[in-house]
Design a protein around this ligand. Sequence first.
Ligand code: ADP
Length: 265
Amino acid sequence: STESTDTHALSDEKPGSPRSTGELIRLERVTKRFGDHTVLDHLDFSVDAGKHVTLIGPSGSGKTTILRLLMTLLKPDEGTITVDGERLFPAPEKQVREVRRKIGMVFQQFNLFPNMTVLRNVTEAPVTVLGMPKDAAEERARELLEMVGLSDHVAKHPSQLSGGQQQRVAIARALAMRPQVLLLDEVTSALDPELVAGVLDVLRDIARSTDITMLCVTHEMNFARDISDQVLMFDSGRIIEAGPPEKIFGEPEHDRTREFLSAVL
Ligand code: ADP
């Protein structure tokens, strides 16, 4: 199909910046406190390049905090964060900015630029941040917008689109920066139920047809089961169980995991 051809184009370009293999993200002994509340307590985990890892667990267990730490929206109190072999924390500001570019994020709220067209939303950062020529950025943006099913909407403004369409623009915008890893923070939670499937289908397609690494926080357990190489079950800031989706969803070891799954499935 044209869709898979388009998505394939994501993986085979960018001379001089080969896709990494092996460990792409590593958190070591990461502690994060808010006041006297320790949200993450000496957390260790890593994500290998090209893998799709999903964080599940009760609300307040620290999942979103991990994505915010990786986006450098928050700083750990202790520990180290490494991305593609380079320190993200602790690191000098200049290095943080460089390493941070390897990471793209899609938020629960789409955060599009309301006064720009869909096309401009996707080209803006590649042009202004990466210094990409405008023509090349537009060509790439059109490919990405086709991939997320929005070819007919490139000239519209975000307010003219449904929430699901806006979220698909946000996905295209994140990918336009050619990140090595895509962080997805409950990207369907703010959508009307009938719009959720379209967004998840786009993400399934990206997971299947590109080599991008994905780290997702989601309450959509069927989606997690479909796309994940590994599922991490969080409780109170700790990983209490980790494994492939067949194990976590099929034969969970911990009572806490079973309780959580029976409440959400
Ligand atoms: P999850 O994504 O698993 O629902 P979060 O990472 O959002 O959990 O939150 C973990 C805990 O940290 C929660 O108890 C939450 O109230 C607290 N928390 C998150 N952000 C802040 C903040 N900016 N200030 C104070 N507490 C926060």
